[in-house]
Design a protein around this ligand. Sequence first.
Ligand code: FAD
Length: 212
Amino acid sequence: MEPTHRTRVKRLHERGAYDLATIEAILDEALICHVGFVHEDQPYVIPTIHARLGDNLYLHGSPASRMLRSIRDQPICVTVTLLDGLVLARSHFHSSMNYRSVVALGTGREVTDPEEKMTAFEAVVEHVARGQWDTARRPTEKELKATSIIAMELSEASAKIRTGDPEDDEEDYELEVWAGVIPVTIGFGSPLDDSRLSPGIEPPTHATSYRR
Ligand SMILES: Cc1cc2nc3c(=O)[nH]c(=O)nc-3n(C[C@H](O)[C@H](O)[C@H](O)COP(=O)(O)OP(=O)(O)OC[C@H]3O[C@@H](n4cnc5c(N)ncnc54)[C@H](O)[C@@H]3O)c2cc1C
């Protein structure tokens, strides 16, 4: 994807990436996104689940959701962040974080076609836990009607990635100060049975060995 004047990374531009594979990988790994929109002259940034399917990013929720109602045919900004490390430098000025993030700009499109709605629903479920769509009950027509789905085409987006060591000033490498990276990972524990789980039902493997 070509950067536009709105998505070209300016500060530390060498950390910017615009290839679709990089952008898609970050969107797919991130469990949630933050959706920025303006409602009655007030900007809001709301955390929510997303899913990517091809060139579309899908958001879902209640038809009563102000966010979902506000972003129909309106400009939105979707941001995801994966935190990979805390970068402790020899100086505070050069301390930083390792991360992979995406900022995507677009327009919300309400999904009304029942087939696309069901596909998007599946994408959201599978985004959270791959394998779950075939495990739990599928949405009824009524439940589908009670779910609002908004799509945003992925056509204007950037990734920004920082990796590696601190980048200290040359003279600071002499300082007797520890410098390095504290890796950050997201952890998933062993599944906890629902208190009303019927006896004899084991968690599926996508729950017992969940990973992203
Ligand atoms: C991890 C995560 C996943 C979520 N996934 C979804 C999803 O897939 N679909 C969905 O519809 N919603 C999701 N939510 C909830 C979402 O953030 C909003 O709370 C929800 O969309 C509320 O919409 P609303 O129109 O009722 O609220 P609004 O009318 O938009 O909110 C009114 C006010 O409530 C406050 N508020 C609303 N949400 C939050 C919040 N999350 N944290 C703190 N204050 C808040 C704000 O001050 C806001 O201005 C998720 C939240 C989290 C944290």
